[in-house]
Write a protein that binds this ligand. Sequence first.
Ligand code: ADP
Ligand code: MG
Length: 219
Amino acid sequence: MRKELNMPATVGDVLKCLRKMSDVIHENKEYLTELDSAIGDADHGTNMDRGFQAIAKKLPELVDKDIGDILKTCGMTLITTVGGASGPLYGTAFLQAGAALAGKQELEPGDLLVAGEAALKGVLMRGKATLGDKTMVDALTPAIAALKEALATGAKAAEALEKASMAAETGMKGTIPIQARKGRASYLGERSIGHQDPGATSTFLLIRIMAETAHEIGF
Ligand code: ADP
Ligand code: MG
């Protein structure tokens, strides 16, 4: 527990969040794979779990690093372990977030937006998806917009992340009735309609856990 509210988030807090991310991906491994079995190749859960377990293993060595370096290490780890389409995309997201937070030992709420916008930009550049293509972008884009709006009205990080998480969930559910235009699911054409996108789901889970962590640490 923190002694005071509205303190910046520390390296320890970031490591805690990454640990919780690896746990939530592990807990949802079967669920994510099941979603991917409907419109993909049934590997999204195993891909993501492999990557986030590799991150979890590295966390003890990262205690002396700054937040930028920690996120860059996560990005490299995801790129080299996750595979599939999602590995390079999540890897890029973490690399770009890390670059945006280079040298930081602490985070203010506004840093979340800087990192989030960099992550989204990286995903868009790498994957060339746009909103409505039925990908992780459909969860990430509204989440960053909600984060921005909430922070602009002076919300605490936890509240702003809560808004972002709710927007990501709505975006994730919005992938159900639409046809995939990017990634493996797009090969199915109209048959991709009626299924929730696995990558949008993992994105929502990761943002929700960030919100939960922020609440827990009083950020
Ligand atoms: P693969 O499709 O190679 O098996 P995964 O199953 O791990 O990889 O990840 C699939 C997810 O990746 C999809 O559900 C979608 O959200 C995301 N995705 C695929 N292609 C793109 C893209 N071009 N841009 C953004 N996200 C994408
Ligand atoms: Mg897959």
